[in-house]
Write a protein that binds this ligand. Structure first.
Ligand SMILES: Cc1ncc(C[n+]2csc(CCOP(=O)(O)OP(=O)(O)O)c2C)c(N)n1
Ligand SMILES: [Mg+2]
Length: 330
């Protein structure tokens, strides 16, 4: 990262620090979820670890009071940036009634919160793509000037939903941003066995939109690309495809053992590029982050995560009487 890159992008020191804080909060919530899972308290975790920079960089580039996001299961950084709280995420992990995502019905990672324009998705991967395109179409028809950001993994860019959605958005010039979070694996399948083209962003050409590949470990690179894409969208210039390349630092989920298909050295090498570390170094080199500030942020985050965990653990489960709510018409 070049010196003062954030300033060149129009970000203040405070905003850059806020990005770092949000990335760290996402990481710490995720780490806590693994501990809770391994101690038998929550059933399932699917991690954001390694992808926080892409998620937070992208979300911060949007108008968080107006735009829509259609995140996928790893996007803790996106939903935190859009206003979901640590407590709400924990309520979802513990499957409690107050979980805003689904009232404790869905698996964790199925983010949805109407108040913050976070649109819920389904478990079949990539179904959120046509939804994002439809929302962009509605916004365009109503002259609302918002953009929709949809995220998905590189493996998911092989699904028909991606190709149909991208084509429709290209033909109709819709304000959608397709953000591919390329973490180099689709469960056990490495990227080299998923795509015959070199980059996921090469696919943009087939749908008449610009496609770029950026360093997904650099929140500022992702911010820059998404900002440009959002400006294009708002000016009526149509959709964009952005591929943010990073690495999945954990197993696919708490039910997966990645030792079966990738060697430890590869994971260790990826950890050297971990954005939590590299972005903190960037901020330290500029004197924006100091030892004092860092421990202040860490303490604050630990207490947020502790409070969220205690609250969610002690919260009530949904009343069985509500089992069929929103399932059948009443
Ligand atoms: C249509 C469909 N096929 C298969 C699955 C099972 N599945 C869940 S996540 C996943 C891997 C997706 O990989 P990628 O898109 O790269 O996202 P990542 O998990 O790496 O972030 C698969 C195959 C699913 N949920 N939906
Ligand atoms: Mg992947």
């Amino acid at each position: 990262m070049s010196e003062k890159k954030h300033e060149a992008l129009g970000l203040t020191d405070g905003q850059a620090l806020d990005m770092y804080r949000t990335m760290l909060l996402a990481r710490k919530i995720d780490e806590r979820m693994w501990l809770l899972n391994r101690s038998g308290k929550i059933p399932f975790v699917i991690s954001c670890q390694g992808q926080e920079a892409a998620q937070v960089g992208a979300a911060f580039a949007l108008d968080r009071n107006k735009d829509y996001v259609l995140p996928y299961y790893r996007d803790v950084g996106v939903v935190l940036s859009f206003g979901m709280t640590a407590k709400e995420l924990m309520l979802s992990g513990f499957a409690k009634a107050e979980d805003p995502n689904s009232g404790g019905r869905q698996m964790p990672g199925h983010f949805g919160q109407k108040r913050n324009r976070i649109v819920t998705g389904s478990s079949p991967v990539t179904t959120q793509v046509p939804h994002a395109v439809g929302i962009a179409l509605a916004g365009k028809m109503e002259n609302n000037n918002f953009v929709s950001l949809v995220t998905f993994g590189e493996g998911s860019s092989n699904q028909g939903d991606f190709h149909e959605g991208a084509n429709f958005a290209g033909v109709h010039n819709l304000p959608v941003i397709f953000l591919v979070e390329n973490n180099k694996y689709a469960i056990s399948v490495p990227a080299s066995k998923q795509l015959a083209c070199e980059k996921v962003s090469d696919r943009a050409q087939g749908y008449g939109m610009p496609g770029v590949t950026v360093d997904g470990n650099d929140p500022l690179a992702v911010y820059e690309a998404v900002k440009k894409a959002a400006e294009r969208g708002r000016k009526g210039e149509g959709p964009s495809l952005i591929e943010a390349v990073s690495y999945r630092l954990t197993a696919h989920s708490s039910d997966d053992d990645d030792r079966a298909y990738r060697d430890r050295q590869e994971v260790e090498e990826a950890k050297q590029k971990d954005s939590i570390r590299t972005f903190s170094t960037y901020l330290r080199d500029l004197g924006i982050l100091t030892d004092e500030k860092e421990s202040e942020i860490e303490e604050e985050i630990i207490s947020i995560v502790n409070e969220a965990t205690d609250y969610a653990e002690n919260a009530a489960y949904a009343d069985p009487e509500t089992l069929f709510d929103h399932v059948y018409e009443e």
